[in-house]
Each structure stands twice: as structure tokens, then as C-alpha cells.
Design a protein around this ligand. Structure first.
Ligand SMILES: [Zn+2]
Length: 176
């Protein structure tokens, strides 16, 4: 594919819609109240208080969700089986965050990772140990839960993730 055609195919094409009617209105967003139901997380919160991890499993497709989900998006059934999870896992994906120090104004590059615990089929955004730099982060990085000092029965009980010993890093390419 030539450069020209590629550029052309990437162009954004705005779809035209036939306007049937207009309705002047204003929405007061502050008047809306949303309630997020977290009762399905209660068993997990109880376990977190004891520094233990559990995931919620769908009895139809056997996928394990951590954090637990109200419904399995694949089977449209309520996951109802609690399974124990290990404290170890891996980095499923990551991105960079530029965090400005409010006092010095210095901008720091921090990795924001999606952690997938061993035994779980889903990942969630969280943080790595502050000592770990963005350039050293990679997909598949083995990690382990670092518990916060005080457990409150929430995901914040996992303060961050430490990096565990990585056997893959010790492998050297054969020179012959
Ligand atoms: Zn399912």
C-alpha cells in the first residue's frame, strides 16, 4: 500500500444524518444521582480484610472475575461461585502517566498497569511499587500483591504490586 492511499484510508469520514427534529433543552447533571451496587462484592471485601483474595466465577463459562462482576458479559448470567486467588499475577498491559509534583512542579513518569492475578481471567488498573520505573515495565511482568498496612475491605487494601523474581530475565540468548 502506498503512502498516499494509506493516508486516505485513515481519514475520518463524518457520517451525515438526516435531521428529523430538534429539541432545545438543558440538562442539570448535578441533579442526577447514581447508585452503584456493590453488594455483590461483599464476600470479597470480607476476605480482603483478612488479606485474602477471592474472585467470582461464572458457572456457565468458568471465567473468573477479579474484581467481581455483577453479570458475565458473555453468558448473561450472574456469576455465583467464589474461588481463592493467589497473591501473584502478571502485568496484562500498561501505560504511562505523567504526574506533576504539586510542590516542585517536577513531572514524573509513572507506569499505570493492568494487573491480572493468577487464577483470574480479568485484569484491572492499579499501580506498581513506586521504585519501579516505566522503562522497566513490560507485559507479562510477574508481580505480587503489596498489602496496605490497614485493611478496610476494599481494593485499596492492595497498596501496589511488587515485582517478583523473573526467570525469563535470566535467560540469555545463545551466542553460537
Ligand atoms: Zn460466563
Amino acid at each position: 500500500m502506498s503512502k498516499l492511499t494509506r493516508r486516505k484510508s485513515m481519514e475520518y469520514i463524518k457520517k451525515e444524518y438526516v435531521r428529523t427534529r430538534t429539541m432545545p433543552a438543558s440538562w442539570y447533571l448535578s441533579s442526577y444521582k447514581f447508585k452503584y451496587n456493590i453488594t455483590h462484592m461483599e464476600p470479597m471485601r470480607e476476605k480482603l480484610k483478612q488479606k485474602k483474595l477471592v474472585g467470582l466465577q461464572c458457572s456457565s463459562c468458568n471465567r473468573v472475575f477479579f474484581p467481581p462482576r455483577i453479570v458475565c458479559g458473555k453468558c448473561m448470567v450472574k456469576p455465583d461461585r467464589w474461588v481463592d486467588l493467589r497473591e501473584t499475577g502478571r502485568v496484562a498491559t500498561f501505560t504511562i502517566a505523567y504526574i506533576k509534583d504539586p510542590e516542585t512542579g517536577e513531572v514524573q513518569e509513572r507506569p499505570i498497569v493492568c494487573a491480572q492475578l493468577d487464577g483470574s481471567d480479568t485484569s484491572y488498573p492499579t499501580q506498581l511499587n513506586p521504585d519501579i520505573e516505566f522503562k522497566d515495565t513490560y507485559v507479562g511482568m510477574p508481580i505480587k500483591v503489596h498489602w496496605a498496612e490497614n485493611s478496610e475491605g476494599g481494593l485499596m487494601d492492595i497498596q501496589y504490586y511488587d515485582v517478583t523474581e523473573d526467570k525469563a530475565q535470566d535467560l540469555e540468548l545463545r551466542k553460537d
